[in-house]
Design a protein around this ligand. Structure first.
Ligand SMILES: Cc1cc2nc3c(=O)[nH]c(=O)nc-3n(C[C@H](O)[C@H](O)[C@H](O)COP(=O)(O)OP(=O)(O)OC[C@H]3O[C@@H](n4cnc5c(N)ncnc54)[C@H](O)[C@@H]3O)c2cc1C
Length: 401
């Protein structure tokens, strides 16, 4: 970005939160500029597992805070992000390999009990897509491993190519008049009745600003220290043969286990196994990721012990301690939106709609989230790495109990 620009709304960050908000806003006729430090989708949005998961992390804490029933508050919001994605893929012809079919798998009897409760909730809500509990044998038949004692199949959830979705939505926003400036890190925001977003080479003066930097945001300390940056890592194997695909995932579903230090995996459109999990690892040598992930893949699928791993990468997720997505403002017209705890593909799309409403002056749903004060850990900003490492160790032990 060069020179001085003016806009109705300036969005900082071109991940799902920023791009989704921008697209909602241009669809409503706002003049929008998006300012991105790197490239569209460079952060978690282009690096994630592409699992289209329903639900909003921390929803019980929101309901508890407002003294209202979870269902009454969240009902249809849980899957609104899915609907937005589906509509955008159709409307703008976005090629992002969107597919439906998702297995929440159970390792222990307590996971089965949780799944049965989820099943009942879906039934009560009249969930409009196929969902059913799978037995141990049915789970084995579906994904070719004995690692699980059962699963909940949900055909309303699914998977997609996240970077292509983000780029497709960015193109749609640009086609409707938005401007996106890449390679333009924001250095400062001057607050006021008109806010000024300042980069090294230019400025955007806007009636409203949305900060959408999530775990990569370092600008405003007051919102950086209220969630933990947790890394997650993914490997992509070489393309699998049709025979292996038929054995390990013939229906092309996405899979996720219920642990906190969870494993999530699926096939890409070109039939690579994309396998992700969290690790306590802060280096930059992808061989470490490859080695550790290979061990985990081997435990699930011994026949893939020697599979070639072509790519390995990581990214950072924003995890609030109470898991509640953080929507708020740091001045009357400077909003922020962050912290989806690994449910971001869905919830960023819901959040983008809520942020567009907030900018337009409709605050009811924004206030549901903004009213819940974040749990702040003193020193979290400075000491986040050792704290996260300790947290991951703690949860690994809890997962084993
Ligand atoms: C490895 C991994 C796997 C995941 N798997 C899943 C999954 O399968 N399903 C799911 O639902 N969720 C998953 N998530 C979470 C999900 O990806 C995120 O919640 C979501 O993408 C967050 O989107 P965002 O736009 O808020 O943030 P990001 O995508 O991180 O975007 C933030 C952007 O802001 C920019 N930025 C930051 N500071 C500035 C600045 N000062 N100036 C300009 N730009 C700035 C950054 O460059 C970045 O592009 C995963 C995350 C990771 C890392």
């Amino acid at each position: 970005m060069h020179g001085d620009q003016a806009a109705d709304v300036c969005v900082i960050g071109a991940g799902f939160t920023g791009i989704s908000s921008a697209l909602h806003l241009v669809e409503r006729g706002y003049n929008v500029r998006v300012v991105e430090a790197n490239k569209v989708g460079w952060g978690a949005s282009g690096r994630n597992g592409g699992q289209l998961i329903g639900g909003i992390a921390g929803e019980k804490n929101v309901a508890r805070h407002h003294g209202r029933d979870v269902e009454e508050i969240f009902g249809s919001l849980r899957w609104e992000g899915h609907d937005i994605i589906r509509q955008r893929v159709d409307r703008y012809g976005i090629e992002c390999d969107l597919k439906y079919g998702y297995l929440d798998v159970a390792i222990k009897p307590r996971h089965m009990r949780d799944m049965e409760a989820d099943y009942e909730r879906l039934e009560k809500a009249g969930f409009p897509y196929e969902f059913r509990i799978l037995s141990r044998q049915e789970t084995r038949d579906a994904i070719g491993t004995d690692a699980y004692i059962g699963a909940l199949l949900n055909m309303g959830n699914g998977h997609l190519h996240p970077l292509n979705l983000c780029i497709g939505e960015a193109k749609a926003a640009v086609s409707l008049g938005a401007t996106i400036y890449e390679q333009s890190p924001v250095m400062r925001i001057e607050k006021g009745s008109k806010a000024k977003v300042i980069t090294d080479h230019g400025t955007v003066t806007a009636d409203a600003v949305i900060i959408a930097g999530n775990a990569y945001h370092v600008l405003e300390r007051e919102i950086r220290g209220i969630m933990f940056p947790v890394n997650s890592f993914i490997v992509a194997t070489e393309p699998l043969s049709p025979e292996v695909v038929a054995e390990i995932n013939p229906h092309d579903v996405a899979i996720c286990d219920p642990n906190f230090v969870l494993q999530y995996y699926r096939l890409s459109a070109d039939k690579r196994l994309l396998f992700g999990t969290r690790l306590n690892y802060f280096g930059d040598d992808p061989n470490v990721i490859t080695r550790r992930h290979r061990r985990k893949i081997r435990r699930l699928y011994p026949r893939l012990a020697d599979i070639r791993i072509d790519y390995a990468w990581g990214g950072t997720i924003g995890v609030p301690l109470n898991r509640v997505p953080q929507l708020g403002r740091i001045s009357p017209n400077v909003f922020y939106c962050q912290g989806y705890s690994g449910h971001g593909v869905n919830v960023t799309h819901l959040a983008g709609r809520i942020m567009a409403d907030a900018v337009a002056g409709t605050l009811e749903q924004f206030d549901l989230f903004a009213g819940v004060k974040p749990v702040v850990v003193p020193g979290a900003f400075v000491l986040s790495k050792p704290m996260v490492a300790l947290g991951v160790m703690y949860y690994k032990i809890r997962d084993r109990l």
